[in-house]
Design a protein around this ligand. Structure first.
Ligand SMILES: Cc1cc2nc3c(=O)[nH]c(=O)nc-3n(C[C@H](O)[C@H](O)[C@H](O)COP(=O)(O)OP(=O)(O)OC[C@H]3O[C@@H](n4cnc5c(N)ncnc54)[C@H](O)[C@@H]3O)c2cc1C
Length: 427
């Protein structure tokens, strides 16, 4: 069967990977000139298999008003005359309760553990260097109340198979000596942390670049610089994919357009509850004489993640965070980059060379394809030969392989290994 994968982010490429392995003839259509140049480019690098709790949690709403008043808040809202934005926000607010959040966490953990097993299989079979390492993750809390709350969640997380431990300050510093640096603002303010030994990191972009080479070797073709403008349909089938260069015939297509999926789905009468949550990263290059972080760190108060990324010439430091509800522009706002840079410099002054300022730090912004509840949308659509794999929010790198295998299984007619409850278009 000739299958067209729309979009060459990490979701599209992993989908193409399993489809090609299942023997299909696959073509990937992408508007950019290469793979993974949008949300999958310089994300937080975390393969965060145990930290999947959705943003829509029971404690989030009270924090929102103070955040909205601060210019340097981790979450910023730019109201627009956009029905999709307001509808998404309403559904988000309705999802901010313990019952929905626990159910979503349960479902996402099943998908993330499956993705982890597939990642382990992938790295044991394929020789792609993407700085992949299992170095664990430490989430740090800065108030006693927040740390107590995290400790209370441990039992719930453990009951679902997460291996996590609560550590006091001394134990955290023993694990990551840079936290003992007297000049570290994060080091002086945190009260304790949750350590997950099984978490991993990897550079999503390098993974995608390596995967593209493997896909080409397997006969997958790429049509870059090709914007999909419309899907042509007849009855309940997609018959062709319209692009400025002409119309492409297809037997079946999979929509993996990230935050842009709703734009092409809408004219087909499909409402995808996906809205962009813009985030930022800076990447501090390796420097001689700099002590790299040994473990991934999340500053829970500031909502910033720090990941050491192994490369040929040493470890760079990827710093990512912020969630701006600001429409579809991925323009890099200098003020947000500067905030992230200052945050990193204060948190880990000895872990990088900050003398050249934010512009030398490879600033980047990307759009997380977020659903209100935090669950991606996988599987069938109202059209017999159109499948969906979109809406992975802040976890698209983590969940890529599992979501892709599920999609390929559905197309093959095999029952997926993870139940689809909560992941389908109908919820
Ligand atoms: C700051 C930040 C930090 C993050 N950190 C992490 C993390 O640590 N761990 C994690 O698991 N996830 C993280 N994420 C989330 C993760 O990066 C995304 O969920 C993931 O990259 C989404 O992949 P995707 O392939 O679905 O979308 P994308 O990578 O955006 O790919 C969609 C592709 O579709 C193409 N496209 C769109 N419209 C068209 C069209 N009309 N025609 C043709 N092509 C089109 C785009 O050009 C793009 O290449 C982070 C995201 C951000 C922004």
């Amino acid at each position: 069967m000739h299958i067209t994968v729309l979009g060459a982010g990490v979701t599209g490429l992993t989908t193409a990977w399993y489809l090609a392995r299942d023997g299909h003839q696959v073509e990937v259509v992408e508007r950019n000139q290469g793979v993974a140049l949008e949300a999958s480019f310089a994300n937080g690098a975390q393969l965060s298999y145990s930290y999947v709790a959705p943003l829509a949690g029971p404690g989030v709403l009270p924090k929102v008003p103070p955040w909205l008043l601060r210019r340097d808040a981790p979450l910023r809202f730019y109201p627009a005359l956009d029905l999709q934005q307001w509808r998404w926000l309403l559904e988000f607010v309705l999802a901010c309760n313990r019952g929905t959040s626990d159910l979503t966490t349960r479902r996402l953990l099943a998908l993330s553990f499956y993705s982890r097993a597939l990642m382990h299989q992938f790295v044991s079979e394929e020789n792609i260097d993407f700085g992949y390492v299992r170095n664990g993750k430490l989430v740090l809390f800065s108030t006693g109340a927040d740390f107590d709350g995290a400790r209370r969640l441990l039992d719930f997380q453990r009951s679902l198979g997460c291996e996590q431990n609560a550590l006091d300050r001394t134990q955290c510093i023993a694990l990551e000596p840079l936290l003992g640096d007297p000049l570290s603002a994060l080091g002086s303010r945190f009260v304790g942390g949750i350590h997950t030994v099984s978490e991993e990191v990897g550079d999503c972009y390098r993974f995608c670049q390596g995967l593209e080479i493997r896909l080409r070797e397997m006969g997958v073709t790429f049509r870059f610089d090709t914007r999909v403008t419309r899907l042509e349909t007849r009855g309940n089938r997609v018959t062709a994919i319209d692009t400025p260069a002409g119309s492409l015939p297809t037997d079946l297509c999979v929509m993996t357009l990230g935050a842009h999926s709703p734009i092409l789905a809408r004219p087909l009468g499909i409402r995808l509850p996906i809205y962009p949550l813009k985030g930022y990263s800076v990447t501090l290059p390796p420097q001689p004489g700099i002590t790299a972080l040994g473990i991934s760190i999340t500053d829970a108060m500031r909502k910033v993640v720090y990941a050491p990324l192994a490369g040929a010439d040493g470890n760079s430091l990827r710093v990512a965070g912020m969630a701006d509800i600001a429409g579809y522009s991925s323009e890099i706002e200098a003020v947000r980059v500067k905030q992230l840079f200052i945050e990193a410099e204060r948190a880990f002054p000895a872990a990088a060379d900050y003398t050249q300022g934010p512009d030398a730090m490879q600033p980047w912004a990307g759009l997380r394809p977020a659903t209100p509840k935090g669950t991606p949308i996988l599987g069938a659509s109202p059209y017999d030969n159109l499948y969906l794999n979109s809406g992975h929010g802040a976890l698209g790198w983590t969940l890529a392989l599992g979501s892709a295998r599920i999609l390929a299984d559905l197309i093959k007619g095999t029952v997926p290994e993870v139940p689809l409850d909560g992941f389908t278009l109908r919820g």
